[in-house]
Design a binder for this molecule. Sequence first.
Ligand code: 6R9
Length: 649
Amino acid sequence: MSEKIYPVTKPVKSHALIDKAKYEKWYEESIENPDKFWGKHGKRIDWFKPYKKVKNTSFTGKVSIKWFEDGQTNVSYNCIDRHLKTHGNQVAIIFEGDNPYIDKKITYNELYEHVCRMANVLKKHGVKKGDRVTIYMPMIPEAAFAMLACARIGAVHSVVFGGFSPEALAGRIVDCESTFVITCDEGVRGGKPVPLKDNADTAIHIAARQHVTVSKVLVVRRTGGKTGWAHGRDLWYHQEAATVKAECPPVKMKAEDPLFILYTSGSTGKPKGVLHTTAGYLVYASMTHEYVFDYHHGDIYWCTADVGWVTGHSYIVYGPLANCATTLMFEGVPNFPDQGRFWEIIDKHKVNIFYTAPTALRSLMGAGDHFVTRSSRSSLRLLGTVGEPINPEAWEWYHHVVGDGRCPIVDTWWQTETGGILITPLPGAIDLKPGSATVPFFGVKPQLVDNEGKVLEGTADGNLCITDSWPGQMRTVYGDHERFIQTYFSTYKGKYFTGDGCRRDEDGYYWITGRVDDVLNVSGHRLGTAEVESALVSHNLVSEAAVVGYPHSIKGQGIYCYVTLMAGHEGSDELRQQLVKHVRAEIGPIASPDKIQFAPGLPKTRSGKIMRRILRKIAEDDFGSLGDTSTLADPAVVEDLIANRQNKV
Ligand code: 6R9
C-alpha cells in the first residue's frame, strides 16, 4: 500500500468547480437531508412535468427504489434537444476510427437528425414504448444513435458488448425477449474485421430454438463486407434512414420508466439483467460526470470504455451528452498501429480529460515510456481510472509519465448496479493517495461490515455496503425482483452489499481490495466463475470444473480452471486448446482461460461442496497457507493438485 499523498495543487483548485469546503458542505447536506439535496440537483435536467416527490426508497422487505417518481422527462431530449438553441453547432461526438486516418465530428444538430431518423426507423418497424431492443454494435457513433433513439421513443435498450459470442448474445436476447436487434455488418479492431452480423445471425438462430423470434434486424453498414441476409427480416440502416423524417418528438417518460437493461455477471447463475430507469439515472450520471471530471464547457473528454459496458453508457453517452460535452468515441484498440495510439489521439483531438482502465495502463507501461513521451499531451488536465483496483506503480506511472506530474487522477469506484460513480476524489477538493478511490460522492453512505454483519467503525477492513439509496441505483433485476433482493439486500439485511472488500484508513479514505464473492475481474471485465464453469462442463469430455482467479500482472486477475474429465479420458495440451476455444465460443474471448489444470478430483467437503478457498490458494501459488483441510472428503486430492499445478495454458 502506498503511503504517499498528492495534495490538491493550486492550479487544479483554482480551476475546479468544487473545492474542499464545498465538498464537505454539500456532502453533509446530501446525507442529512437527501430530499432537499436531490430535490435541488434533480433540476439539472429538464422536465416535461416537474416532480414533487424526490426520494421514496426502501432497502428492506420487498425493496423498492423510486426517485422523482411523479416527474416526467425524456433522456434523449435532455442529451440533445435542450442544447440545440445555444450549442447546435458544437461538436457532440468525435469519432476516431480504428484506422488512424479516419475520423469524424458530429455536432449536436447532426446528432439530433441522426437520432430522430433512427427513432423513426424503429417506429416504422413497430418498436413501441417498453419494447426491448438489443444493440450489438462496435464503437461507432451509430451505437450511441441507437441508444438515444430507443430512449427517445421509450424503448428499453439492452446493449451487448461486441466481443460476446453468439451464444452469449442469444442468452441476453432470450432473457429480455427482445425481438428487434440493431447491429452492424462488421466491426473493425486492430485492423481486423469482427463479424458482428454473422454472430447476430447465429445468435438469432439459437434464440429461436428457445422460442424467442427476432423479427427485425437493423444493420448499419460499416465495412461493406459480405454477410448473410434474411429477406423480410434484415434492413439496411442507410436505406431505411433515407425513407423517414429527420424529426421525431421525444416521448414523455415517467421518471421510473425503464431506460435500459445491461447484463452483468454475478457470483451465481447466468448474467443478470440490471435495470436502470429514466430520471434518477440521468441526474446521477450527469452530475457525477460534471463534478468528478470537473467538466467545463468546451472541454474535450475521452473515455476509452466500450459502450457495451456500463462505463460506456454513463460516461461516453448519457452523462457527457446530458452535460452538452464533447465526447470522443474510439473504435480501435490501444496497441494499433502501435502502443502509442492513445497518446497520439490525445494530441490529435486536444483531449483535456482522459478516462481509462488500469489494465490498459499496465500493458502500455510495459511497452516503454518512449511511446508516451514522443507525444505532447499538453492538452491533458485530468486523468481517471475505473474497473479494478489500480496498483500504486501503475498510478505513479500514469501520474508522472502520462500526466507529466500535472494532472490529478480520479480513481473512480462504482459498478453496473450503481449506475454512476460512488467513491472517488473530486479533483479540486480531495488530496490523492495512489491506489485509493478516496471518499464517497454526494449522497453516498458507505459502510464496512464483518462477515457476520457487524458494523466496523474507524480504520477497518471489511465488506463494503451502501446503507441508503442514490438516484443512479439499479431498480431491479429484469424479470426477477426476487433475485434482486436475494443478491444485493439479503447478505446484510437492509443494506446494499456491493460484493467488494474494502479498507478504510485513518483519514477515512476507502481502498477497494477486490471482490469477495465468486466474481472475477479480468482486464476490468466482470465474469462469474459459475459462467466459465458452466461453459467448460458443456464440453462433452468434461465432467466437472472449478474456476478461480489468480493475480495476473496485466489483466489484474487471470482465469485458472480445474477440470475433471469424463472417465477414461486423459488431459493433453491439445485438449487444453480445445477447451479454451470452447469457452471463447460459449462466452467470448474475454473469458479465455489462462491456465487449465486437469484434476482427477476436486477438493470437496463431505457434503459435496467444492472448497474454492483451497483452489484459490493453489492457483495463487500459496501452498503454505492452505488452512484447515481436515473437513475434506478426501484430503489426498490436495497433494495431487499441488503436484500438478499448471503454469501453461
Ligand atoms: C464501473 C465498472 C464493478 C466491479 C466492482 C469492483 C471493480 C470498479 C473500481 C473497482 C477498484 C475501482 N471496480 N472500479 N475496483 N477500484 N476504481 O467497472 O462496473 O463492470 O460492473 O464492475 O469492478 O470490484 O465491484 P462493473
